[in-house]
Structures are given as structure tokens and as C-alpha cells.
Design a protein around this ligand. Sequence first.
Ligand SMILES: Cc1cc2nc3c(=O)[nH]c(=O)nc-3n(C[C@H](O)[C@H](O)[C@H](O)COP(=O)(O)OP(=O)(O)OC[C@H]3O[C@@H](n4cnc5c(N)ncnc54)[C@H](O)[C@@H]3O)c2cc1C
Length: 497
Amino acid sequence: MKTVIIIGSGIAGLMAAHHLADECNVIIFTKSSYKDSNSARAQGGIAAAVASNDHPRNHFHDTMQAGKGVNDKGLVEMMTKEAVGLIHELEDAGVAFEKMEGEYALGQEGAHQHHRILFANNDQTGDAIMMALWNQVKNRVKVYERVSVTALNVNGKEVTGVQTPNGVWAADAVILATGGVGQLYAFNSNARTATGEGMYLAYCAGAVLKDMEYIQFHPTILKSPQAVLISEAVRGEGGQLINSQGERVLRHYPKMDLEGRDVVAAVLHEALLNGEQIYLDVRMIKRFSERFPFIDRACKEEGFDPMEEPLPVMPGAHFICGGVEVDKHGKTAVERLYAIGEVACSGVHGSNRLASNSLLEAVYFAKKCATDILSNVEQKKHGYGSEQQSSQAHALPSRQALQQRMMSHVGIKRTTKCLVEMKAWLESYRQFPTLQRIPLEEKAMFELATMITNAAIEREESRGTHRRDDFPNESSSWENQSIAFQHGMMSICKRGG
Ligand SMILES: Cc1cc2nc3c(=O)[nH]c(=O)nc-3n(C[C@H](O)[C@H](O)[C@H](O)COP(=O)(O)OP(=O)(O)OC[C@H]3O[C@@H](n4cnc5c(N)ncnc54)[C@H](O)[C@@H]3O)c2cc1C
């Protein structure tokens, strides 16, 4: 039997485990409790053109529009076509999507032309999917909770296993399902697990990281210590962004509060820079606490009653469209190494993810990579390989200082001055070698911050989530170019090449 190691227990990891468990020896390592992930936080839902007046080609169109045309067209086509079937597979696995009179109850989110967001357990869709998948796999695979993978072992061009603090583990295939990098920013919606080391591990093993400059900021995060995300589905139900005078902030935009995330986040950012305070008014939504019980409760715990007063909000880091470059099966440049979910850059999101497409991407690629492993990965007797050495250890800034700098210098609106300052600040740390053992999370955050900054400097245009003050428009010369990192080098390559 083949041994497959999955790193991460979010929806991508659990879904892959579900597909593989009957035919492989599956081991999951997850660095916190199994449920501690961005997946468990997902509120709005999962997108699929299930409505009778909708069609996968509309979903395709909206995804391409949001991504500003630089998405992988073929993959978007396949994913949106297969979405409805994947919803049925989730139902078979035990996910109970909300229905009304026998039809799916569908939410709407920014930049979707149709109601096509399926949700489960109201605003706790991610948690509902996680629980169903967990129940499917918990007795069929071995799960090690609170065990971090600290290195990938590589022999020549192929991955042979992983290292954890408990030892070395051999595998016929390794799946990275380690999620995103939201914790790089001081204000973010992410779980504390989202520190990006899966990307860094893949990079050290020889994989390509690309599109790192495309960081999506979510417009409506409650301005409070717990930074509660207020789903776009709330605006889909009629919630309105207003300023202190009660004026609608997006009144001059055609789709108003349902403009794409990049647009809304940029408008709010500008308003905040001008000293305005922004609020999300949800008081007109009937039965808010029934439709959004989690958000209602979380806001109240932070001292805000959504029915009593508009909620103070601001944008925060939410999602990375870039990551480990993969093909249509989720395969990376390193043999036997796969990457799925937010850690991967499959190209389906282009420069800006359409709301509720990331759970879909996770489920889609979990299936594709499992199918590839079952049919094409040979079981073989191999040695353990060896850990790929990362670059020489040097001093690092504190995590807090890094997060604050990323927010102020590499945030929603980027200027050459700030980016160059950030690059110099990061580089200054490389001059101080240290013999101290640097924790992987800190090292990964530093290296990924450097790549995001360097790519943001290089891309002299504004596109999707990447907005340059000094290059405010899209540039046709950048349209077909991706910025990639591999073997310590940054290169500009033809998109899809
Ligand atoms: C608040 C919030 C709301 C969202 N709402 C939606 C939504 O409504 N719809 C939608 O489509 N998307 C939504 N998203 C985005 C979506 O939730 C994520 O993109 C998606 O869940 C990522 O899934 P994943 O399995 O790739 O990663 P995650 O769910 O983040 O899981 C990563 C896993 O990897 C583990 N891990 C990381 N590093 C290591 C290591 N070194 N060793 C061992 N384990 C490791 C973590 O502990 C975790 O278990 C939301 C995100 C947030 C933060």
C-alpha cells in the first residue's frame, strides 16, 4: 500500500484524505488541534452554479472578471464546470447545505452576478464541512495533532518524506495542505496557524513560488481585538457600508456594496487614510441573528450589538492568491510533492479571488491530486533522503514588527518608497548571522515577506489585489508575466510557462 503524508487538516487536507483513505496508508500531521485552521472559520460558503437561472459559464465569467483575466482559463473552466458535482460529493460525505422548500438556499457575494453561494449551518459553512469530513476520515487515517512538519526530505528531484520533532517519516507522496499567510499582517482575518511555512518548505525543496504579490484584503473585519470577519454574504443580504455621516461609502460605484473585494477594500482604505471611520450597517437585515448567528455572537462578545449600532470595520489581510506553483493535478515542480488549497498557486484566482471560490478550489484540487496519486504515483522502496538546508541563519525582526511593517508598507495601496524601504529593512537583518536556532514559522514568515515585497516592487502596474500608487493602471506588458521564486532567484516568466 502506498503511504501518503498530508500536512494540514483544513478542508483541502481532509478532503484529500477522504479520497485516499481506502487505498493508501494516509498520515496527517497538523500543527495545532485538527480544527484550528482558516477552513473552520469560513463563513459565507462555497460557490457553485446550482440555481436554475445560473450556469457554470456565468461562474467562469465572474471568476475571470474578478481575477482580471490573468487566471488559468482552462482550469477555471474545469473547476466551475465540476463545481455542482463536487457539491453533491460533499453532501454524500455528510454536509447538509441549507435548503428552502427543497431548493438550495443561496447567498450572494461581491462580484457574483447570481446567487450561487451554498452555505451550511448558517454562517459556519467551513466548520460544517470540516466536521463532516472529519467524521469521514478520523477512523480511516492516522492523525497526529499538534505535530509540525519542520522539513521535507528530498532525494535528487523527488520528495521522500517529512521531518517532525518526533522523527523522520517516509512517504510515496507528500501533500502540502498548509494554508495561507494571513499572519504576516498585523490586521488579518486568519487563524493563528496561517504562517506560510508550507510554502517555505516547498521552496526549500526546490518548488516554485509565484504570484506572491497578490494578497487579498477583506474589506469588513470588525475593528476589535478579535478582528471578527464579517462575511461579504452580509452585504449580499443588504448590509451597507457607511461613513460617520451615514452616507453610503460606495454610492458612486455601479454595484455599490457588491463591488469586488479589491475595489471595496481600496475605497475603504482610502477613506480611513483620510481620517474617516467606516461602519457596516446591518440593522435592516431581517432576522440577522438567525441567518448569521456566529457573526452576531462574535460581535456581541466584542461589545457591539449589530442590531443596535453600525459596526466599525476596516480591511485586513485575508487570502493569498499566489503560493506553490502547481499543475492541473496539484503537482509541484518536485516529484511526489503536491500542494492543494490556499498554499498552492493553481492560477484559478488570477490576481484576485472571487468570493467563496477558495473552498471550491480546495475541494476540487483535493480530488485531482488524490486521483493522480492513486493512478500515477508508484510505490517504491526508497531511502529517507535528506533535509533541504535553508539559507544561512541570521537575526530576524520580532514577529510583531514584521506584521506591522507588512501592514504599513506592503498593504492595500503600495508605493515605491514604502516597498523599497521595506526591502532595505528586511535586508538589513541578513547582515547579522546567528548561531541561534530559528523557529521555522519565524524564518518562513521572514522569507515570504521578502518575496512578497520584492514581487510587489517588480510588478509596476496595478492589477487585482496588487495596487501601486505610482502605477495605478493595468499594463498590457505585465498581463502575461508572472513573478516566480525558485532556488534563491526571482525571475519574471511567461504566465502559464
Ligand atoms: C475568516 C475567514 C472566512 C473565510 N470565508 C470563506 C468562505 O466563506 N468561502 C471560501 O471559499 N473561503 C473562505 N475563506 C478562505 C478559506 O477559508 C481558505 O482559503 C481555505 O479554508 C483554506 O483551506 P486549506 O485547507 O488550504 O488551509 P487551512 O484551512 O488554513 O488549513 C491549513 C492546515 O495546515 C496546518 N499546518 C500549517 N503548517 C503546518 C506545519 N508546518 N505542520 C503541520 N501542519 C501545518 C494548519 O494547522 C491547518 O490544519 C475564509 C477565510 C477566513 C480566514
